[in-house]
Ligand binder design. Structure first.
Ligand SMILES: [Zn+2]
Length: 249
């Protein structure tokens, strides 16, 4: 039996930190709630949360499809992240998102040289990196194209056996890293758009700045991010079963 390391579910973690930080931002400025950028951030956060909790009870030994829930949500999260990046550069990008939602609506002609009548994740990536010179890892595009196989209940994906440990852990690491990247980058973008790039001050339980006059929670964010990254890289799983299944022991 293999489960995700229980340290991922400590009461202090990156998801809890970001939730509190965004809540502090909203308390200062409730207008954020009505903005499209916030809706995109919320999608990304929900995808992350769903992935995170779907792994809570999952016995990785029994996984055979390659974490299909994570695959679907990660694809969704990457698309929302690219939309957020592009929208943060230019409000005209909203016309691209409208076109994706309703093909009868026209997108702004400035996007035609890339879109040429159709819209997909690689084209949104191209807008971000070529039109807006954003530096987004190409790995993100590679992961999103691999997740394409999981948008439908595809029975032609490679089946993973009980013993394919390395393969499973590699898939899991890549998916979790992509989710951490979209969540933390989207969080940073929200701070940039709505708070002049400043991190709200929180009462973090692990804050290295106890003096309120010298508090700087951007360091608390970096610490939580690094901790999650380290778990993905060095302590992904546990062999201890955190549950007892009454039907099978
Ligand atoms: Zn702090």
């Amino acid at each position: 039996m293999q489960f995700l390391n229980r340290d991922f579910y400590n009461s202090n973690n990156i998801l809890g930190y970001i939730n509190s930080s965004i809540q502090a931002l909203i308390n200062m400025n409730t207008v954020i709630l009505s903005r499209k950028e916030y809706m995109l951030f919320f999608y990304i956060k929900e995808d992350f949360t769903a992935n995170y909790f779907s792994l809570y009870t999952a016995d990785i030994d029994l996984e055979c499809l390659g974490f299909s829930v994570l695959q679907r949500n990660t694809r969704h999260s990457i698309e929302a992240f690219l939309d957020l990046v592009n929208l943060s550069h230019d409000s005209d990008y909203l016309s691209v998102m409208e076109h994706c939602a309703d093909r009868n609506k026209q997108y702004n002609s400035k996007y035609h040289s890339i879109l040429r009548g159709s819209c997909n994740i690689p084209k949104k990536y191209k807008i971000a990196t070529q039109m807006y010179n954003e530096n987004i890892p190409r790995d993100l595009l590679t992961i999103s194209s691999k997740t394409n196989n999981y948008t439908h209940p595809n029975v032609f994906v490679d089946i993973l056996n009980y013993n394919d440990y390395d393969k499973k852990l590699e898939i899991l690491r890549n998916l979790l890293s992509a989710n951490l990247y979209t969540l933390t980058s989207a969080y940073k973008l929200i701070l940039k758009i709505f708070n002049n790039n400043m991190t709200p001050i929180l009462t973090c339980p692990t804050c290295p700045f106890p003096n309120p006059y010298f508090k700087n929670c951007s360091q608390c964010f970096l610490n939580e991010e690094a901790r999650f990254q380290n778990l993905i890289k060095n302590a992904l799983i546990t062999y201890t079963n955190p549950f007892q299944n009454p039907y099978y022991q």
